[in-house]
Ligand binder design. Structure first.
Ligand code: SAH
Length: 256
């Protein structure tokens, strides 16, 4: 194995992806940064198994929940990060999945840039990748979808508007993050734009974790199919678990 790049002494703040939950879905670079960090500022969705890889010297601080608004205001998180970095500590800003996907990464980078503090990014496996693996499905497929959309169910203003016409097309594939509470809105918008109610929407809850659950839902019954799902879940529009694929008329149509 070739040598891994060393942690740069100049990078005071490392933004890192903790992956979808399972500790063995971390990159070696993130595991190394965890072992070396003085301070770990992590989001709620980062699992205890991942945090256990931090060194004994590390102060571990949870910055709050994801979903409908952060528990700690964004400005406070940035201020905390700045204070530790200014004091010379190696700060690891650990976010679930990949820090560049719905991770408010730019806001935090801008705060560091304004203060002249150096930073770097170590990517992670995003929930959509872990969900696709759980389904045994491919995110892109020749003849079906040459594009993959990563969308959020809601943003700061409330439920998020998307290009519903494109998403409603047969064969469209999208990973809908933070979609559980927005499911009725998403379902309504897609049906309004002509999507077939039989369109598969695989629900993957707790992807990669021991309590992972896969539900082969359809657009028309999405809200009912989500009953009982209360963990982090990604809605995989246009995808069905491989075993259920043959039973989905829409997919057969798209693949012909
Ligand atoms: N940066 C993260 C996403 C943060 S937004 C990433 O790249 O994965 C939080 C949303 O991510 C959750 O509402 C859920 O939709 C999704 N998510 C995160 N972890 C998940 C998991 N293990 N299984 C399913 N969905 C997950």
């Amino acid at each position: 194995m070739r040598d891994l790049p060393a942690v740069s002494a100049a990078a005071l703040v490392t933004f890192a992806g903790a992956g979808p939950g399972a500790a063995d879905m971390l990159t070696l670079a993130v595991a190394r940064a965890l072992a070396a960090a003085d301070v770990v500022l992590h989001d709620r969705l980062v699992s205890p198994g991942v945090l256990a890889l931090a060194g004994p010297q590390a102060r571990i601080i949870e910055t709050g929940k994801q979903g409908f608004g952060p528990a700690m205001a964004q400005g406070d998180i940035s201020a905390l990060m700045l204070a530790f970095a200014r004091a010379g500590h190696a700060v690891l800003r650990l976010k679930s999945g990949d820090p560049a996907v719905f991770g408010r990464l730019d806001e935090e980078i801008e705060a560091l840039e304004a203060a002249g503090i150096s930073w770097r990014i170590l990517p992670g496996i995003t929930a959509a990748s872990a969900a696709a693996a759980a389904l045994g499905a491919s995110l892109t497929r020749r003849g079906r979808n040459g594009e993959l959309r990563i969308v959020t169910g809601h943003d700061m203003a409330g439920y998020a508007e998307q290009d519903w016409r494109a998403l409603a097309r047969p064969g469209a594939v999208a990973a809908i993050y933070m979609g559980r509470r927005a499911a009725r809105f998403v379902q309504g918008r897609l049906l309004m734009h002509g999507a077939d109610p039989a369109t598969p929407v695989a629900i993957v809850e707790n992807a990669s974790r021991a309590d992972q659950r896969v539900i082969a839902a359809q657009l028309g019954s999405l809200v009912a199919d989500l009953a009982g799902v209360d963990g982090p879940a990604v809605l995989m529009l246009g995808l069905a678990p491989r075993a259920a694929e043959a039973a989905v008329p829409d997919l057969r149509e798209a693949l012909r």
